[in-house]
Design a protein around this ligand. Structure first.
Ligand SMILES: Cc1cc2nc3c(=O)[nH]c(=O)nc-3n(C[C@H](O)[C@H](O)[C@H](O)COP(=O)(O)O)c2cc1C
Length: 330
């Protein structure tokens, strides 16, 4: 009976299709609707939007609402909010709930970017756990949707204490917690400390999602073994590589993993990605410029791709990109 109750508590607060769900991480400039859709198709179970300013949302900035649009096929999807003011965060959560209707709201306590941290948003909040709790409580009170948290291990080495932070988040009402097991001052250097994820799994009564340094499908299995985490989140390992989700799913299911995509498959998916962006984001120069990085990632390591990359890095419209990939995929 006790075990049944514990297992029930460990369930994600939104519907997921797998025992061990795989998450596409929130990534500014990367985890936008077209890429989220692709990753869902390749087996990501849950996706999260890039971080969205609560201040901007509460002021009704139209561009932000455009950024938060998603396709029904992306569900389950979380919209991630950041901000340091509990009242503003609550107002934004209320608006996102009413207008966007995602499956959950994720609060960002991990972002290390200076302009965010300067105003005590993102990982800046980690210096004041009272504030962290006030934000979570306010957001929970403002939405009927599940509220989850994504955090780092602490502000710096001296204040590194992910367990205390996570327990305080839980106490304030966080219904699932993702840990990127690095401090803010580490940014992306060093390695993520998976032992810290294991410690959270041991002590928390809500699902813990492990994040940090998943580069290969094999890493997914290794993190699950090492930590027992309920779900696994992949960020940089998915760059130009939505296949990582399908391959990881194979390994988690005990099957040999499917082979790596050949160049023709890579080009075909890059083309599909470009077409999705064209459909969902329009053919602005901005979309094309922002898209160049994806092309670099899709063509990385492909023999003879240098010429292709050179052409792709000069595109000014998504139609040009489509034409280049169409030619390459032929
Ligand atoms: C380009 C980029 C943008 C990111 N943007 C966000 C963000 O908007 N919100 C967030 O919580 N984390 C963000 N992150 C952090 C990732 O979600 C993740 O925690 C981190 O990259 C560690 O995972 P990895 O080792 O699999 O890359 C970003 C990371 C990258 C590389």
């Amino acid at each position: 009976m006790q075990r049944a109750i514990t297992l029930l508590r460990m369930q994600f607060p939104y519907r997921v299709a797998s025992d061990v769900p795989l998450f596409l991480a929130p990534m500014a400039g990367v985890s936008e609707s077209p890429f989220r859709l692709l990753c869902r198709r390749f087996g990501a179970d849950v996706v999260v939007s890039e971080f969205i300013s609560a201040v901007g949302v509460s002021r009704g900035i139209a561009a932000l609402f455009a950024d938060m649009r998603f396709d029904e096929a992306e569900r389950p999807i979380g919209i991630q909010l950041y901000g340091a003011d509990a009242t503003v965060m609550a107002r934004a959560a209320e608006m996102v709930t009413a207008v966007c209707k995602p499956d959950f709201i994720d609060i960002n306590f991990g972002c290390p970017v200076k302009k965010v941290v300067k105003n005590n948003g993102g990982s800046g909040c980690l210096k004041d756990l009272g504030q962290v709790q006030a934000i979570i409580r306010a957001v929970r009170g403002a939405t009927h949707l599940p509220v989850t948290v994504k955090m780092r291990s602490g502000w710096d080495d001296a204040q590194r204490d992910p367990l205390t932070i996570a327990l305080r988040c839980r106490e304030a009402g966080a219904q699932a917690i993702t840990l990127h097991a690095r401090t803010r001052t580490q940014m992306f250097s060093g390695t993520a400390d998976w032992d810290e994820i294991a410690a959270l799994v041991e002590r928390l009564d809500v699902p813990v999602v492990g994040n940090g340094d998943i580069r290969t499908p094999e890493d997914v299995v290794a993190m699950r073994r090492h930590t027992g985490c309920a779900g696994i989140m992949i960020a940089r390992g998915s760059f130009g590589n939505p296949w990582i989700f399908a391959q990881a799913r194979d390994l988690l299911a005990g099957r040999p993993r499917r082979r790596d995509p050949d160049p023709a498959e890579r080009f075909a998916v890059a083309l599909e990605h470009a077409r999705l962006a064209l459909r969902l984001q329009g053919d602005s120069r901005r979309t094309a410029l922002e898209f160049r990085k994806h092309f670099g990632w899709y063509t990385k390591g492909v023999p003879g791709a240098a010429g292709l990359r050179e052409r792709l890095f000069q595109i000014e419209s998504m139609q040009q990109a489509e034409a280049i990939f169409l030619e390459a995929a032929a």
